[in-house]
Design a binder for this molecule. Structure first.
Ligand SMILES: [Zn+2]
Length: 316
């Protein structure tokens, strides 16, 4: 049976009808509204429009925030506060006539990569997405780990540097505060100030360098930009070593915009991983680039909507 996956982002809502094999059959996109009622009606409209003409069995929303899985509510979402506390199953179930569930966006993306993407040939996958923030999801023995309430798998908020920079979550030194695109841009400004003669330093005199600028300059060989990416990669590797020691995955999939940097970030990550995790897991684990791109959350959510909760989700 087809299902609808909805990626509810801070700026846009993307809804897709997905076949059981992971094929995207139809898709609509709407801008995200930031008031409760408008947001609900936009999501309901997106679902209704995308499923027109298709037989679908359910819908799952992938949301960037902490979710309470059993209640199908979002507890907190820093970039989407309007969705907090809404009983989504009831509110949207009535409007769409479908069974509605909710999942953390990175957990949904992890499930998408596991079912249809880079992890479809393995049973044990750790997924880390490096974007504006750092999200994650863990699949162990084919089961999505969600914890007691559905808040598990927040890999971006493990502490890797206790006195490190402040994270969006309020703590200090989270992996997100050191290896996200936002962290790279912040560090780039600091390095640019220390090294005004570098290409990065010269750019910073004209405008604030973005994550993409750092990648562009690093590819051209600018040592200051390379240093920024190396440092982010090292912090990432410290995080990955912890994940390897806890979960012993076959594959770690890296997604998100920062993964475009490839080995400029992943080589220092692999180095830290080898230093801080144990043999044979550290030698056997493969670090791969995620393959589904921005659709991973939508595809994973649809797969979860199809009733895979009962069988393949642990906790929540
Ligand atoms: Zn944090």
């Amino acid at each position: 049976m087809n299902a609808v996956g909805v990626d509810v982002g801070g700026t846009k809502i993307a809804a897709g009808v997905i076949s059981p094999e992971g094929k995207l059959l139809n898709e609509v996109r709407y801008p995200t509204a930031n008031a409760r009622e408008r947001l609900l009606s936009t999501i309901a409209e997106a679902i209704t429009e995308v499923k027109r003409g298709y037989k679908v069995g359910g819908v799952c929303l992938a949301v960037p925030g902490f979710i309470l899985a059993r209640e199908n509510k979002v507890l907190s979402a820093a970039n989407l506060e309007a969705i907090e506390g809404i009983p989504l199953k009831e509110e949207l179930g009535d409007r769409t006539g479908l069974q509605v569930t909710v999942e953390n966006d990175a957990n949904a993306a992890a499930w998408g990569e596991f079912r249809f993407g880079v992890g479809k040939d393995v049973d044990d996958l750790v997924f880390v997405t490096l974007g504006t923030g750092v999200g994650g999801g863990v699949i162990s023995h084919g089961v999505l780990l969600r914890g007691a309430r559905g808040m598990g798998g927040e890999l971006g908020h493990i502490t890797v540097q206790p006195a490190g920079p402040r994270c969006g979550c309020g703590n200090r030194g989270c992996l997100e505060a050191l290896a996200s695109g936002t962290a790279i841009a912040r560090h780039a400004r600091e390095v640019a100030e220390e090294r005004p003669d570098s290409a990065l330093g010269r750019l910073a005199m004209e405008r604030t360098p973005l994550g993409e600028d750092v990648l562009d300059l690093a590819r051209k060989g600018d040592e200051a930009a390379l240093e920024v990416l190396r440092e982010a990669g090292s912090w990432l590797g410290i995080g990955l070593a912890t994940f390897v020691n806890i979960f012993d995955p076959e594959v770690i999939a890296i997604g998100g915009g920062v993964s475009e940097a490839g080995d400029l970030v992943l080589e220092p990550a692999r180095r830290e991983l080898r230093l801080r995790s144990h043999s044979p897991s550290r030698d056997l684990v493969e670090i791969r680039k995620a393959t589904l791109g921005v659709n991973s959350g939508m595809l994973g959510a649809a797969a979860l909507a199809r009733g895979e909760y009962e069988k393949y989700v642990l906790g929540g």
